[in-house]
Design a protein around this ligand. Structure first.
Ligand code: NAD
Ligand code: UGA
Length: 457
């Protein structure tokens, strides 16, 4: 099929690449010329494992990239995958969606039926809004010449290609027969995995091709829009819950890792998303919980559980600072090393990360901060240009004259740190591991005081 994907960010570039790999003639469109140039040079516009091998393989064959919206005129399916950040009032800011709709509307053709598929995470009612905008700008009749379907994306950064090629579910919100039919045709290859043998050499992950197929779930548009927010908020609640249990364990005893393992053995609960942390963060959970809270409040039906999870999460970020104060007494003049600025490993995405919250609080208390991240330093620096912190090009350097080193993001390479060497640089050998990720024995062997989360001292 002929497909256009508007937005070459984490969702758009990965979706476009996966569609192209599945044989669809796909054009990715972005207003950012740098992202388009990178794609056309055969490079990934974002850091995401596997993209570096797939993009050069496909570009110019089934994958195309341009700043022009003109390919929309011939497309059978146009995905919208532009950003929907939080606005000033906490609800989703739809300015990029509206700008995109206007550009698509100008190119829609009456020669053939076009499906506009909303991949961006958008509030309930956005498909209706976009339908109106498209009808106004195109002069065409909605549901006769085009339809807007909701097709929320559930990929995780760091595992984006894996999630797109092997999704648990594909959700389509539409009641339009041709809209539904074109989406089924588009996703057929993802469900049948036809041609996946050809692709497997390019996967950076292993996967059993005979594993259960994606659930293909069709519903009305508003339900599909809400499934996305409901899912993200539910996952955020689950993490906040285990993080609260971690705090409880530290005062009454017990080990949160064992508690998570024991809880997860119940198949109704499951093991996933029970990993303790300094709180969830990133470009998605904070803005999506904020949007669903804002909308639910506006309609007088507040999601109280989600509100509590958001408050609890901020408390968890702060708890890390409190743990440091408990250990170091005062933070004034203390030097703190931070391992990890991205909100999770295997991504360069440093938008709205727990690191920025925690670093702010440390600086407010007079600490000196030195940081490292394998991929996230560029974006973190660009987003926080005025932060008076030192960027280290080697994780060991975060220990230089430090009173504490805090692991915030569990990058695999932090397991390989030479702790003896790091200890020799530190003023006070102390490591706070907010993910219970490091090997305490190795660290203690280097005569460093190790502290994890959710275990009473
Ligand atoms: P992103 O910021 O990485 O990418 C958005 C892209 O859209 C940017 O490259 C930007 O230049 C481009 N853009 C903005 N306005 C444009 C316009 N008028 N025309 C063409 N391009 C335009 O964002 P993202 O992380 O890919 O997220 C996109 C959407 O998908 C959001 O709604 C997000 O909530 C949702 N989502 C994200 C993820 C994720 O893991 N990042 C997962 C699922 C869903
Ligand atoms: C999340 C969802 O998992 C995706 O399904 C969704 O598509 C995406 O948001 C989105 O809508 O954008 P992502 O933000 O990439 O994906 O990352 P997650 O793996 O969900 O992690 C989110 C945050 O929770 C991270 O800070 C992570 O470290 C934290 N987390 C996750 C924990 O603290 N503990 C856990 O057990 C799991």
């Amino acid at each position: 099929m002929k497909v256009v994907c508007i937005g070459a960010g984490y969702v758009g570039s990965v979706t476009g690449t996966a569609l192209a790999a599945n044989g669809h003639q796909t054009t990715v469109v972005d207003i950012d010329p740098d992202k388009i140039d990178r794609l056309n040079r055969g490079e990934s516009p974002i850091y995401e494992p596997g993209m570096d091998t797939l993009v050069p393989e496909l570009i110019g064959k089934s994958l195309f990239a341009t700043s022009s919206y003109d390919p929309v005129a011939d497309a059978e399916v146009v995905f919208i995958a532009v950003g929907t950040p939080s606005g000033a009032d906490g609800s989703a800011d739809l300015r990029y969606i509206k700008a995109t709709a206007e550009q698509i509307g100008k190119r829609l053709s009456s020669d053939h039926f076009t499906v506009i598929a909303m991949k961006s995470t958008v509030p309930v009612g956005t498909a209706e809004l976009v339908t109106t905008l498209l009808a106004e700008t195109s002069g065409l009749t909605a549901e006769t010449h085009f339809t807007v379907v909701s097709n929320p994306e559930f990929l995780r950064e760091g595992y984006a290609l894996e999630d797109v090629f092997f999704p648990d579910r594909i959700v389509i919100g539409s009641v339009h027969p041709q809209g539904l039919q074109q989406m089924r045709q588009l996703y057929q290859s993802f469900i049948s995995r036809e041609g996946y043998e050809r692709l497997t050499p390019h996967f950076t992950f292993t996967y059993d091709l005979n594993a259960p197929r994606a659930n293909y779930f069709e519903t009305d548009t508003k339900s599909a829009e809400l499934i996305k927010y409901a899912s993200n908020a539910f996952l955020a609640v689950k993490i906040s819950y285990i993080n609260e249990l971690a705090r409880l364990c530290e005062v009454i005893g017990g080990n949160v890792q064992d508690i998570a393992a024991g809880m997860g053995l119940d198949s109704r609960i499951g093991h996933k998303f029970l990993q303790v942390s300094s709180g969830w963060s990133g470009s998605c959970f904070p803005k999506d919980t904020s949007e669903i809270l804002s909308t639910s409040e506006k309609y007088g039906s507040e999601l109280m559980v989600v509100k509590a999870a958001v408050e609890s999460n901020e408390r968890m970020h702060m708890y890390v600072v409190e743990k440091l104060i408990r250990r170091l007494k005062s933070l004034n003049g203390k030097r703190i090393g931070i391992l990890g600025l991205s909100f999770k490993p295997n991504t360069d995405d440093a938008r709205k990360t727990q690191a920025s919250f925690i670093i702010d609080k440390l600086l407010e208390r007079g600490a000196l901060v030195q940081v490292h991240d394998p991929q996230g330093m560029g974006m973190f620096r660009a987003l926080n240009p005025d932060l008076p912190i030192e960027y280290c090009h080697d994780p060991i350097q975060t220990g230089r004259l430090a009173d504490a080193v805090v692991l915030l993001t569990h990058w695999q390479e932090y397991r390989e740190i030479d702790w003896q060497k790091l200890a020799s640089l530190m003023r006070q050998p102390y490591v706070l591991d907010t993910r219970n990720f490091l090997n305490p024995n190795e660290i203690q062997k280097a005569k460093i005081h190790y502290e994890g989360m959710g275990v009473s001292e």
